[in-house]
Write a protein that binds this ligand. Sequence first.
Ligand code: MIC
Ligand code: SF4
Length: 646
Amino acid sequence: MGLNVTEKIIAEHIVSGEMTAGADIAIHIDQTLTQDATGTMAYLEFEAIGLKRVKTDLSVSYVDHNLLQSDFRNADDHRFLRTIAAKYGIYFSKPGNGICHQVHLERFSAPGKTLLGSDSHTPTCGGCGMLAIGAGGLDVAMAMAGQPFHLRMPAVIGVHLTGELQPWCSARDVILELLRRLTVKGGVGRVMEYFGPGLASLTVPDRATITNMGAELGATTSVFPSDEMTRRFLAAQGREEVWVPLKADEDAQYAQVIELNLSEIEPMIACPSSPDNVVKVREVAGRPVSQVLIGSCANSSYRDIAIAAKVLGHHSISDGVSFEINPGSRQVLENIEAHGLLRPLIHAGARIHQSGCLGCIGMGQAPATNSISLRTFTRNFPGRSGTKNDQVYLCSPETAVASAVYGVITDPRDLGQYTPVSLPDSFIVNDNGIIPPLKDGSMVEVLRGPNIQPLPIFEPLAEDLVCRVLLKTGDNITTDHIMPAGSKILPLRSNIPAISEYVFTAIDAEFPARAKASNLPGVIVGGENYGQGSSREHAALAPRYLGVQIKLVKGFARIHKANLVNFGIVPMTFADPSDYDAICQGDELSISGLRQSLLAGATSLCIKRLSDGRIFEARLELSDRERQVLAAGGLLNWVKAQLQDK
Ligand code: MIC
Ligand code: SF4
């Protein structure tokens, strides 16, 4: 039987396990990427493993999230990352050089290779035919140490593309349509693989927009074949030599095939406050808008900004709108300028910012109270923008610029005649924002500021536990709820004691104090798709620091579950989801023989509520390796013990 693209890349990289959906597999990782907000922790973890140099073909450290530098802390992190990169053989992309995913796509993506990144939007490079997966920092540190990446073999879903996008409709509308159909948990345990005649009209940056926001579907990753379009993109980047053709065999199978006719796609928009709350732009047209932002790793490439420039060449921005551009990379900005497209933006009054994540992670650009902000960003989770009760809508650059012109949400087709954007045959390439690694970094001194605190050390798992439910949450809890970001909290990413003061404060301001006052280990109860969104391992590490030992939920998002295991929090699911209703905050629960059950491979165990003796059955859906890691109190403990045994 023939193979699809996903299976071909996995088959080339598999080190253990069988390629059947749901089986535990491990794959070799060719490339890694980190960004500064997860990278400081990932490199502290890499240091703790104790190697002299990374073992990957290529590892890149990007600084793109924390660019605000309101005091010494972010600047100290940047310096730490620069010196760590020099010491351990890692490329360093300087602050302002661009968003990790955009720069990686431009300068390092390579069809057929594997990429593991400490950021949930790592699948962006799937647009170039890579198997690119987001993970927690510790998993990326292990990959840099040459260890394989462990995951469940995903089911491969084929998305059969036919037709061609119509004027004013673009890749963002495609992925929004999929989010409308499948929801934020529709991709869990799956890879979305695109194929069919519709590919012919999608450029690599278009494809990258689609694979990028596959993260919002909860998918393990998303992938496109590598074809003539891919070759052209790589040639335009001066990197044609890394191109290889890669497509599914004629008789390849998919677990399911989704039909998508591009000709039928209309401008779509995700309403507050979830990326799957999608409707046609027409349905919400006319709502007044106060802020319009074009940027983020999903939509800040050359074409996205060029579209805005072409429209603003003969329209002005509505008086009531702040229209802002966050270019995805310095390369994007330089090429926009070279093609005469910066001038119309400046002339129209656009606020042009440096390249980086900026408002997408709440680093500035917070919208005004009770006003609509339209963004080409990836996520509109409540409060992520930095404004309480925010009203953030997610849309294409076309819809964004049309709405900026009219001051109300506008279907871009109302702009009339469409001037398509074509990509340059050859981009101006300038890698002076990327510092290559030294041949020998052993003499480099790693510079640490006072905000960079050592990693906390955790005890191995206890045999018997009496614990307390510290919080009960609902469905689709995001890692932004668990460990918020933004300009106040992001600078604390390398300081676990300090950042733990903000755990769950987005939904319960008292949580950190309650957890610290508890004389018993903590349990968090949750609903479906618990931990969706960001890959930030701080959403596991900081609760663990506050004594959380168990998460008992209806269902987990992939990356968060892996992070929980890595930091010794036992992920359990309700055997009977209706038990969720019976359990309450404050309940004291007892679990006997927890460690033994895990190590013996038990797939469920009994939890007893002390007040009335009621038994809740909890499932343990864990691999053998995950069980050992949990028993050791986390991945670092486990790895160190293994190294000692050797
Ligand atoms: C995000 O978009 O939520 C982030 C910020 O890029 C995160 C990483 C982080 O929290 O540092 C992600 O997507 O993984
Ligand atoms: Fe940065 Fe936003 Fe992309 Fe996350 S989603 S990497 S914050 S641009």
